[in-house]
Structures are given as C-alpha cells and as structure tokens.
Design a protein around this ligand. Structure first.
Ligand code: GLC
Ligand code: GLC
Length: 811
C-alpha cells in the first residue's frame, strides 16, 4: 500500500494523505540553519547544533505524535482548521505534501479556502521562509482570520527540556510592528536572537503560550483561535511563542500571498544592544527586507532549485528502471547531503541532544557526499582529524558548534581511527587533491600538538598495529563498528550505558571485523605512502597487512564463513560452535572486500553462507540465530529483542558491504538483488509494512525474528545512505574514482543491456555509455574515449573543463 508517489521530473515525493503510517519528514537548509519538517508541518529548526542552538521547540515522543511545528490556523466563521492537517486534524477537502530537495510544500483546503504553504531555507541564509498562498475557491467573498504559530526553544535543547526552575523565568520577547523577537538576557554573553515576521500589518499577536492556547488546552484548539482574537500577550518567562493574527478579505477566486520569516541572528559583542534591554535589530531588518516581496521569495526558491540541479548533475544515471534512477539520481544523493550535514544528531529518531557528530559516522558519510561539494568534505575531514588523540585513537563524537571531542559519549572504539583513512582516501580519489595530506592539524584540538594530516593517518594505521591481541588480530576495545558488541563490558547494572560503563582493559577480545577493515583500508594507506614517496613506511605497513591477512586466514575463518571476534576469554564469537549468534554479516563483507579468501574459495563460501543463513525477503539480517537472552560477555547486542537493532535486524548500513563483496566476486545479479531489497523506492509498494519514508534509507528494518518483520525504523541519519550510494554507483554501476583516474568496472545483472552515466569528475564531464551485448555481469572488453580505444578501463583524469564521451563494451 502506498501513501503517495514519486514525481521524478520535479524531484519530489508527493504524499496524498496526512494519515501516513508515521510522520514522513524532510530537511530544510544545507549549512548552518537547519530544519526538520514533517508532512504535517511538525518539527523544529536550529543553528549549526541541534543541542546548543535550538531555535524552536519540539517534544519528542509526544502524544499525539508529531505535535509542534510551524502551524497556521484559519478561522472561518465558527470553524477553524489547519492546512497542514495537524494540529487541528480537521477533515480537509484536499491535502497534499510535496517533499522536495530542501523544501516542503503542504497544501490544504477546507470550506473552499485553499492554503499552500511553501517552507524552505534559502541558500546561504539563516532563516526559514514560510510562503503562503491563500485562495478563495468559493463564489462568495470570504472574511477570514489567519493565525500563525511557532514556539521558541530556550536555546540549549537539553536545558529546555529539563531545567524548568530556571527556564520559566528567563524567556523574553520584543514586539515591533509585525515582528516578534525572542531574546533573553539570561546568560547575557549570548550574542544571538531569533524572530518571526510577516510582511503585512497584523491585527494582533500573542507571545505567551499559555495565553494563546489557554492553560489547559493543546495546539489543536487554541483559545485565541477559537475566539477569533489575539490577546496581544507579552511573554515574561514561561514559554515564549510567536503568533500573528491577520485579517483577510478574499473575493471569489482571489489569492493573497503572505511571507513569514523565522530568522536567526548573531550580533558582534559590542553591537548586541541598541540601548539597555533593547536588542540591536539591524541584521533582522535587512533579512526581512530581503524577502519582503513574493518576487524575492520566488527568486530565492529558484536559486535553491538551481543549487540542487547543479549538484545532482554531477552524477546521473539512466538504466531505464525508474526505481533505480530515482534513488541514484535524486533521493540517495539528497540523503547523503543530509547525513553529511547532520551526522546522527537530529531526526525523528535522534533527539538532537544525545549525539553530536560521530567520528566513524561522519567519516563514512563523506564517502557518499564527497563528489557533491568536495571542499566541504575536506573541511570536515580536517575537523574530524583535529579531534584525534595523539596515540591515533579517537573521540567517538564531537559537538559541531565547538568542534571539540565529547567525552561523555565514551571512546576506545578501536575501529574509529581507520575510518579517517578511508574518508581521506575517498576524498583524494575524487579530487586528486594531495595537498590535504600536508595540512597541519592538531591532535585533540590542542594547538600545541600538531602534525600533518599524513601523520594523523599514519597514527590511525598504527593504532591498530599497536593494539593487537593474542591471535595477532586487532583488540576490539569498547566495540568496533558494531557499537553493541561489547566484549569487555560485563555490565550488570541496568542504569549504565554500554558506551560509557566501566570497560575492562581487554587484552584478549579481538575483532575480525577490524582485521578485515585494516586490510581493506591499509592497502589504500600503502598507496598513499608510495605516492608520497614514503617507501620505507609503505614497506612496513605492507608487512603488517600481510601479517593481518595471515591472522585472518589462520584464526578468523570458521569453515564456511569468517568469524566475528574472540571474546574476553579467548572464545570464538560468530562461530558454528556458538549456540546463538553463529554467523555475523560484518566480517563476511569486510573480509571479502579486503580480498581475503578470493583465491581459495573462502570468499565465495562466506558469501554463500550469507545467502543461506542471513538473507530474508526484507534484506540481509545482521546475525543469526538471533540472541534470545542477555549474554554478559557479548554486551548490548544480546539485550535487544530478537529481530531488532543489532540483534538480527536488517541493518541497511552493512548490507552494501555484501553487495560490494558480491561485485568483487562478480555476481551482479545477487548484488543487485540485495540492493533492491532494501532500496526505499522498491519498498514503497509496501509502505504500510515498511512504515517510514519511502524515499530515504533507514538504519534498520525489523528482521525475521521480530514481531513485525519488514517494519523499518531510524530513517534518514544513517551510514546506509553513503554505503548504498557507494555500492550502487561505484560497484554495481562500477564508476569508481581512483587515484589516477576514473575506473569503469560494472557488475550488473546479466540481463541488463547497459546503461548511461553522466559523471562530473575532476573538472571534466564524462558521458559514459555502457553496453552489455553478451549479457555478462562483469568484465570490460573495450573502452573507447573520444573515439580512441583505451589500453585499460582506467580513464584518465582529463581535468580540462571539457566533455568526454566514453563507450564501454562489456564482455
Ligand atoms: C549506528 C551508529 C553507528 C554504528 C552502528 C552499528 O548506526 O550510528 O556508528 O556503527 O549503529 O552499531
Ligand atoms: C549505536 C547503536 C544503538 C545503540 C547505540 C548506543 O548507535 O546503533 O543500537 O543503542 O549505539 O549504544
């Protein structure tokens, strides 16, 4: 069952009922000012950091669901309603929500009044624009009142939710004309304020929530709206809001437009105040002026569309299969931008409070984003490296506003450092910019301790080498990629988190996953060494990689698949000898990606075991059999119910490792089958089962052991975005940036006749046409570039600003 449809020409998903099985959201903004908006106009906005600079308030896990957002109310005679359906939930004659790239347009109609609400954040501006078009579709003149509503957050979102003895006394506002300003002198060192404006005179306003709503009422029936009058309330403490009341008189067929701006401003320290207690509004005036007319707003909207057109033009495929093209060309790339911007901080499943930017997460996000805006990827890599510890280890997270490592969240995840090498390698392969390696970057944000970026990568590599266990495999530390496989925690206290509880200084528990990753990433590190003339280092690194391969082959293989780990006591994890958790996905992916077992059948056997034991109709589950009881020596993974999260859900993040591995062994049909099982566009048909947005990947889909297999959770902010993009574009379609050019090495379903790709790569445009006359999955027989046959399938980086025509014949 579907609740909408894709409009590929507009790059929109169009939701046709407000009764989606869950709020389906979108993001506005790309850089500093960011917003979440649901198909009911729910959600909130913040500046740079969802925890430290929250602008509007949102109550997670509220009842009813998705209450709180930017709301408009129409008071029409005795009736009142909202064009976004929520919060009034009054029946609409027409409802439509168009989620596009960086904008959302929600239209609702009732009693012949139609209201179109266009929400977007203009490129490089710190505001949300709410552009309303109100049309009288009846044959009579209509006199109606429109009320706006947003609720301010008292900045620090955690304080805002917890510290009421203080908060209720600090909120302050100023009202000037049609603009409501939210400020506070509390913690006067604050340099910021926000405002909500409308470009027309108002007939009234409210800034005190309890006055507007009525103390014991909810958003669904504010007393002001019900009575059809504002109280002109001025908030002092309690909960400041901004609500305008506008009187509208519309002739039959007449449309009127209104522009609301929800803005965020920072003043320089000596320019904060106009006079005592009155904030300096210069910058707000400018922002309001800039978007005062519909033409200005329309132009800003066009600019946003052009921005995305240019961005998405860098990779465009046509396979002739809608479900593939729309994911690759539109939604997967869009999601990669969003995950790059937000890491795992703010979604409808991440509160914006709990997690900052994850070290491993943000590094992986770069893989799917780097081709879009490489300069931003470069900056992010350097920011991440600056939080690295001197011994090569990493803080697990950092706060985006301060760019400082966040100790509260724990550390000592021994896979973390390797991801920094991987992101940097992807950056260099995309851009050819080797200068990044010479950048001077601090350790632990300490300007006294600085090294080149290359030095950082070297320490990341040797962090693994310096932390090996009894089998010569990497010590796992607190956990590896699988945060929930905690082999040194032994926690019996339900009140502590596995990420921060006491962790034994484990000298035994080893991760075969980090081992596979070390070989996969290490090979690239060796190339970096060679390319930069560090030949001795390259040799030494290669020696460690060879040793690691040996260790995996000797101690990391279990007969039919790769083991997952050794526990604290030196016992096998992910082995046929175990009663539960016999086979895990991660090592089958990373070891084959690393090339281990390709020549002796181990790789194929591992992948066939994945098919046999882990594959389901909804994707590949993480582990089997699922754990049915808490096992103290394995940690958090065993404490989730079977079929959920790391305990045997389909983790969409690591399915692509198997797709890539299948491409490496040449099985394109299987790689594509895995891709399509979890691709949102394929799951759209079963939206009632899948439950969450059919246009973006989720972190997990409930596994076969779950109560409702196929039900997804944790949409948007997940490494699934980047990895699925890499698996599809670089391995299945096989258009793969390399240090010295663009490699073309598809691995597709044998039935495909071919496909076309436009790829912008290092300042040249590659128009690639792949033909598959012999119906093979893999193998390139001939490559012709601009009429000349090439010696190999590695196409040079022309870097000449021109277009090139590439014909590839498979066979
Ligand atoms: C979540 C985390 C990620 C981790 C994964 C597996 O997606 O964000 O860092 O690797 O879970 O535990
Ligand atoms: C990761 C896991 C999640 C776990 C969290 C904290 O994000 O995906 O399941 O709850 O880490 O341990």
């Amino acid at each position: 069952m579907k609740f909408g449809y894709f409009d590929d020409s507009k790059r929109e998903y169009i939701i046709t009922t407000p009764l989606t099985p869950y709020p389906w959201i979108n993001y506005l903004g790309m850089q500093d000012f960011l917003s979440l908006i649901s198909n009911h106009a729910g959600g909130y906005c913040f500046y740079k950091d969802a925890r430290l600079r929250r602008i509007t308030r949102f109550r997670y896990n509220n009842v009813p669901l998705d209450m709180g957002g930017r709301y408009f109310y129409i008071k029409d005679g005795d009736d009142f309603w909202s064009p976004s359906w929520m919060p009034t939930r009054k029946d609409l004659e027409f409802y439509q929500c168009r989620h596009g790239l960086g904008y959302t347009i929600i239209t609702g109609r009732r009693n012949g009044i139609e209201v179109e609400q266009k929400f977007f954040v203009p490129v490089n501006e710190n505001c949300e624009i709410h552009h309303l078009k109100i049309t009288n579709m009846t044959n009579n003149k209509k006199d109606i009142k429109l009320f706006s509503f947003i609720e301010f957050c008292l900045w620090n979102a955690l304080d805002d939710m917890t510290n009421f003895q203080r908060n209720f006394s600090t909120g302050e506002v100023e009202i000037e004309g049609s603009v409501i300003y939210h400020k506070t002198e509390y913690r006067e060192r604050r340099n910021h304020y926000s405002f909500y404006s409308v470009n027309t005179p108002i007939a009234g306003f409210d800034t005190d929530r309890d006055t507007f709503l009525g103390l014991y009422r909810g958003f669904e029936n504010p007393v002001a709206v019900e009575m059809g009058k504002s109280f002109n309330s001025e908030a002092h403490g309690w909960s400041p809001i901004a609500s305008h009341m506008i009187e509208l008189s519309l002739l039959p067929g007449e449309t009127t437009e209104l522009i609301f701006i929800l803005g965020y401003i920072e003043n320089e320290p000596d320019k904060k105040w106009l006079k005592k207690g009155i904030i300096n509004k210069e910058k707000a005036y400018k922002m309001i002026e800039k978007f005062s007319k519909p033409e200005d707003v329309n132009a800003a909207f066009e600019k946003l569309k052009e921005f995305w057109n240019r961005l998405l033009d860098k990779f465009n495929v046509s396979t002739g299969i809608d479900k593939v093209d729309r994911m690759v060309n539109i939604w997967n790339q869009y999601q990669c931008m969003v995950t790059f911007n937000l890491s795992r901080s703010a979604s409808y499943f991440e509160s914006g409070i709990g997690r900052g930017m994850g070290f491993r997460d943000s590094n992986q996000d770069i893989l799917g984003f780097v081709h879009q805006i490489p300069e931003r990827a470069r900056e992010r890599i350097l920011d991440l490296a600056a939080t690295q510890l001197e011994d090569g280890g990493a803080y697990h997270q950092y706060q985006p506003l301060t760019k400082r490592g966040n100790n509260e969240i724990g550390g000592n995840f021994n896979d973390d450092p390797l991801w920094l090498i991987l992101s940097t390698v992807h950056y260099i392969k995309e851009t050819g910019d080797w200068t990044i390696l010479n950048e001077m970057v601090p350790f632990e944000n300490n300007p006294e301790k600085v090294g080149t970026m290359f030095e950082h990568l070297k320490r990341a590599f040797y962090h693994v080498v310096n932390n090996l266990g009894p089998h010569g495999l990497p010590l796992i530390g607190r956990a590896d990629w699988n945060d929930c496989l905690n082999l040194n925690a032994f926690s019996t206290n339900p009140d502590e988190s596995f990420q921060t509880c006491d962790n034994k200084d484990g000298k035994t528990a080893e991760s075969v996953m980090i081992a596979g990753m070390f070989v996969y990433v290490g090979k690239e590190f060796v190339k970096l060494c060679e390319k930069t003339g560090n030949f001795e280092l390259a040799k030494d690194a290669q020696k460690h990689i060879d040793n690691m391969k040996e260790a995996i082959l000797n101690y990391g293989y279990d007969g039919e698949w790769f083991l997952r780990a050794y526990d604290y006591f030196g016992n096998k994890v992910g082995s046929k000898e175990c009663d539960e958790g016999k086979i895990f996905i991660e090592t089958q992916g990373f070891c084959v990606m690393a090339g281990i077992g390709l020549d002796d059948g181990k790789a194929i056997s591992a992948l066939d075991s994945v098919k046999k034991y882990l594959d389901t109709e909804h994707g590949i589950v993480l582990v089997q059999p699922a754990f049915t009881e808490y096992k103290i020596h394995l940690g958090e993974i065993t404490s989730y119910p079977p079929g959920y999260k790391e305990n045997a859900a389909v983790f969409c993040h690591n399915n692509p490792w198997i797709m890539i591995a299948e491409c490496i062994v040449g099985r394109g049909d299987r790689a594509f089958e895995y891709w399509s099982k979890i691709a949102p566009s394929y799951r759209e048909e079963i939206s009632d089962v899948h439950k969450i947005e059919p246009y973006v990947y989720c972190q997990m889909i409930a596994g076969k052991d779950a109560y409702k297999p196929g039900e997804a959770k944790n949409s948007w902010l997940t490494g699934s975005a980047a990895w699925n993009f890499v698996a599809m574009t670089q391995w299945i379609l096989g258009i793969r940036p390399d240090f010295d050019g663009l490699l073309i090495d598809p691995c597709i379903p044998a039935s495909w006749e071919g496909f076309k790709v436009k790829r912008v790569f290092r300042n040249s445009v590659y128009n690639i046409e792949v033909k598959n006359p012999n119906k093979v999955s893999k193998g390139v027989k001939k490559v012709i570039v601009d009429g000349n046959e090439m010696p190999s399938n590695l196409i040079p980086a022309f870097s000449d600003g021109k277009e090139h025509f590439v014909q590839v014949i498979m066979g």
